[in-house]
Ligand binder design. Structure first.
Ligand code: MLC
Ligand code: AMP
Length: 489
């Protein structure tokens, strides 16, 4: 079933109730959202977008962009969102990989595929040539792909995780139940809408119940504190919570209307959990997910939330901790976190071999995260086998940054690592063997225009040589220990 048919039914029931609330801007009711989805659907058809076609979108966070997302799903197209921070060469990779029938860009962009511009709030250009009409909600099978979300891998080249209508539908329903979504909930939405957290986890909970969403353009402490008084649910990455705690005006009174604060995408420290509870009286509810699987585990809404754990397997999802052959390990032992369930993606877009590599014969998906299953069934994440830095909830693949650094004429070799950072939890540091004069400024200059800013090293450290093991492999663990405190302020 097309997931949009569930939303549509809820939207119709909600009618003139608030859908997307934009502080300082006009609000959209659910009736308006339904109409805008139709307008965007007509526009997609006018652009020649058909069932199964990819629509690549790099758009600002606006109500129009939300309508565009829903229109893609409604018309049976495949929505492919990408980070607004990506530079032209990064975007070109996605165009070449997913071959979209349409690229919806935030501004002018020269490409060999049709490009529509959705410039920002109230943006007319994308809709301009279309008359208002309705488009049908296209029937979709459970297994049909609704979205492709890019996520990277060991080679540093992003691969597209294909998420089906059933993946999205079942996960949204499971989360609504697990988090006790209510008809009077108001979601405060400050996440970007190009990742599964902001796009699917947050919006779908609200849309299944057609409850209001306060749509902030981005996370800003003052705006969040101000809007909290009318919200009941906030979903965020740990950086949201550490930044809120850094604002002395944020206190229990700011949260008087709130029902639950949810955290994920990166580890929430026990200190943040404790400090937040002390300040507000709320225990942050931590859950664990990923692009390929949507949400896997969650601390409970009712009952004890244990800091440092990501809670229990969500209903219908099997989670195990296994050795390298996929044999389940005894409780308490650390191993690979593996999953099976209706949430697990269909595979990587046009990469059957890489898909096969990440699945066990019995259908379990190997996440690349390491953890331990407690005797009580609570999962604790302890690390990752994948070479990945999670900075403020954004993933940075060291290989991608290293490949570019190695292109610098002055650089002999480089190693990119994640190092503790007071704001982002972890941040990117480059350790380079290079000629004199290779410093932060030179690296920024070289990477500018080639690599999104959040992937740039926050610090460049020059060394005479990189530590290697007997196999000649760079010992990133040694580098991480040596440079552990370069970003501590
Ligand atoms: C911004 N910058 C970052 C950064 N975000 N650097 C490292 N890590 C980050 N996460 C840099 C910018 O490049 C810029 O650098 C400077 O910081 C200011 O940019 P900004 O845009 O003003 O930053 P800000 O708005 O403060 O963003 C910080 C943030 C944002 C934490 C609010 O990163 C954010 O919204 N993160 C959420 C990511 C997310 O949604 N993850 C979910 C993935 S889904 P310069 O040098 O130009 O000044 C997933 C699955 C799951 O993981 O389980 O959910
Ligand atoms: P992504 O590839 O962007 O979907 O990121 C998914 C990864 O984020 C997971 O594989 C985990 O490594 C990490 N992650 C998500 N939620 C949590 C969490 N609550 N604690 C620790 N890591 C998390």
């Amino acid at each position: 079933m097309n997931i949009y048919s569930l939303f549509e039914a809820a939207f119709r029931r909600a009618g003139e109730a608030a859908a997307l609330i934009r502080p300082g801007g006009g609000d959209w009711t659910y009736a308006r959202l339904l109409a805008e989805v139709d307008r965007a659907g007509v526009a997609l058809a006018a652009w020649g977008v058909g069932v199964g076609d990819r629509v690549l979108v790099q758009a600002e966070k606006t109500p129009e962009a939300v309508a565009l997302y829903l229109a893609c799903v409604k018309s049976g197209a495949v929505y492919v969102p990408i980070n607004t921070a990506y530079t032209q060469p990064e975007v070109e990779y996605f165009i070449a990989d997913c071959r979209p029938a349409l690229f919806v860009a935030g501004g002018r962009f020269d490409a060999e595929v049709p490009v529509a511009v959705l410039a920002g709030e109230g943006s007319g250009s994308y809709w301009r040539e279309t008359a208002v009409a309705t488009v049908p909600t296209v029937d979709r099978a459970d297994d049909d792909v609704a979205a492709i979300v890019y996520t990277s891998g060991t080679t540093g080249r992003p691969k597209g995780a294909m998420l089906t209508h059933a993946n999205l539908t079942t996960n949204a329903e499971v989360l609504c139940a697990a988090w006790g979504w209510r008809d009077d909930d108001v979601l405060l939405h400050a996440l970007p809408i190009f990742h599964v957290h902001g796009l699917f986890v947050a919006l779908h909970c609200a849309f299944l119940h057609a409850t209001p969403v306060v749509l902030l353009k981005r996370f800003d402490v003052a705006a969040v504190v101000e809007q909290l008084s009318r919200a009941t649910v906030l979903m965020g990455v740990p950086t949201f919570y550490t930044r809120l705690l850094g604002d002395p005006s944020f206190d229990a009174a700011s949260c008087r209307n709130m029902r639950v604060f949810i955290s994920g995408s990166a580890p929430l420290t026990e200190q943040t959990f404790a400090a937040f509870e002390q300040r507000t009286g709320f225990q942050i509810l931590e859950r664990y997910g990923m692009s390929e699987t949507l949400m896997n585990t969650s601390n409970p809404l009712e009952g004890e939330r244990v800091a440092g754990t990501v809670g229990f397997a969500l209903p219908g999802i099997a989670v195990r901790v296994a050795d390298d052959d996929g044999n389940e390990l005894p409780r308490g032992e650390v191993g690979n976190i593996e999953l099976r369930g209706p949430n697990v993606f269909k595979g990587y877009w046009q990469q059957p071999e890489r898909t096969a590599e990440e699945f066990r014969d019995d259908g379990f998906f190997v996440t690349g995260d390491m953890g331990a299953m407690g005797g009580d069934g609570r999962l604790t994440i302890v690390g990752r086998t994948k070479d990945l830095v999670i900075s403020g909830g954004y993933n940075v693949y060291p290989k991608e940054v290293e490949a570019l650094l190695d292109e610098m004429p002055e650089v002999v070799e480089s190693a990119v690592i994640g190092v503790p950072h007071p704001d982002f939890g972890e941040a990117v540091v480059a350790v380079v063997v290079a000629e004199h004069g290779v410093d932060q400024a030179r690296v920024d200059q070289f990477l500018g225009g080639r690599l999104a800013r959040y992937k740039h090293p926050k610090r460049v450290v020059r060394v005479d040589e990189l530590p290697r093991n007997a196999m000649g492999k760079v010992q990133k663990n040694v580098l991480k220990e040596t440079h552990a405190d370069v970003l501590e302020t």
